[in-house]
Design a protein. Structure first.
Length: 370
């Protein structure tokens, strides 16, 4: 299905057959795409860096490893609005520069139509996100963006399947010992308050809920990604704050008699704000530009790359004042950030009036006044 507006793409690939096949596959996904195909051997003849492309698909193999690195780095610095997708060939070589993550996506052979469509759809969503161009440029220059591993991509797809099948998700998570241990640990935490011990993944998923577990997988993957660049103390502090915000948001949602879906949404917003906090902490080590960003803004950018819905990414972005929020979920997210560890049993008059208005817009039940 064509996207809302035409995107411009460039493909850089040394294999002429693959270059042609990728062009056809992308055109098949959306006939409105404007595609420029450049053989890697002829790249020096093109001034593509002076042209604007929404997405750059850059193929890499043993024969052009260093060149690909240079192209991606050049794109990152001079064309930060371009979404950079690495097309990884079949090789056992591990590139240290890839660990620095100056890319947004990494696709390994064989690439499926679904993989390519995911990159296109996420790019379109980032372009429509309510972030100004200058800020998107700062985000596009960031090193250390967590790139979704194929194993995690499979888990993410299972969470969004219809219907969601817990046994399938449990099997996929069980292949990652660190992740499976984290899910069971969370199910046994005081945060959930179960009296009996959770002993397996299926039970943990049932107790945590698939929406909350979806967020937990992403948070855990980000934690694992950043453990090489941030100290354990930093990561622990960020995770503690994110869980506190998630818990506070869920308690506020219960107090306001919000729906199950809305309770899940505000929990996800609180927990995944931590992903933005991790990325921001890395940026603070190397750049002064982090002062122009905040953790919710960075989180929204990353979650768009990971395919989260607009309900999550749009409500993740917090305004300066509570009066500027546009949904009840955003309001709860705002209040949970304001007081993540304090019990909020009453609301100020101004808060109450705004929450009432937002609830009326959503046709929800009236909340108690102070």
């Amino acid at each position: 299905m064509p996207i809302a507006h035409s995107l411009t793409l460039v493909i850089v690939e040394s294999d002429p057959l693959l270059l042609r096949a990728l062009g056809k596959a992308l055109q098949h996904i959306d006939s409105s795409l404007q595609i420029t195909a450049i053989p890697a051997q002829q790249l020096h003849q093109h001034k593509f860096i002076n042209s604007h492309f929404d997405i750059a698909f850059v193929g890499v193999g043993i024969e052009n490893e260093q060149q690909a690195h240079q192209w991606l780095t050049l794109l990152q610095q001079q064309c930060p609005l371009t979404i950079r997708c690495l097309l990884k060939g079949a090789t056992t070589t591990s590139w240290d520069w890839q660990l620095n993550d100056n890319i947004h996506f990494c696709l390994a052979k064989p690439y499926s139509h679904a993989d390519l469509r995911h990159v296109i759809n996420c790019t379109a969503k980032i372009q429509s996100l309510a972030i100004d161009t200058a800020t998107k440029s700062v985000l596009g220059k960031m090193n250390g963006l967590p790139v979704m591993r194929q194993q995690i991509a499979a888990i993410m797809s299972a969470f969004t399947a219809n219907p969601v099948e817990i046994p399938v998700i449990a099997d996929l998570i069980s292949n990652d010992p660190f992740l499976s241990g984290k899910v069971i640990q969370t199910a046994n935490s005081a945060f959930l308050g179960f009296s009996s011990e959770t002993v397996n993944l299926k039970q943990a998923l049932a107790r945590i809920g698939t929406s909350a577990c979806h967020a937990l997988v992403v948070h855990t993957e980000a934690h694992s990604h950043y453990q090489h660049t941030l100290s354990e103390q930093q990561l622990a502090a960020i995770s503690t704050n994110a869980f506190a915000r998630a818990k506070q948001a869920r308690e506020l949602a219960k107090q306001l008699n919000l729906s199950t879906r809305q309770k899940d949404t505000v929990f996800i917003l609180g927990l995944l704000s931590g992903v933005g906090a991790m990325a921001l902490a890395v940026l603070a080590k190397t750049s002064s530009e982090q002062a122009t960003l905040n953790e919710e803004l960075v989180a929204a950018y990353i979650l768009n790359l990971w395919g989260f819905s607009s309900t999550i990414t749009e409500n993740m972005l917090l305004p300066e004042k509570l009066s500027q929020v546009t949904s009840i979920e955003m309001a709860v997210h705002y209040l949970a950030k304001k007081s993540p560890c304090e019990a909020l049993t009453e609301f100020e008059d101004s808060e109450y009036e705004l929450l009432q208005q937002l609830k009326e817009n959503d046709e929800l039940l009236e909340c108690p006044k102070k």
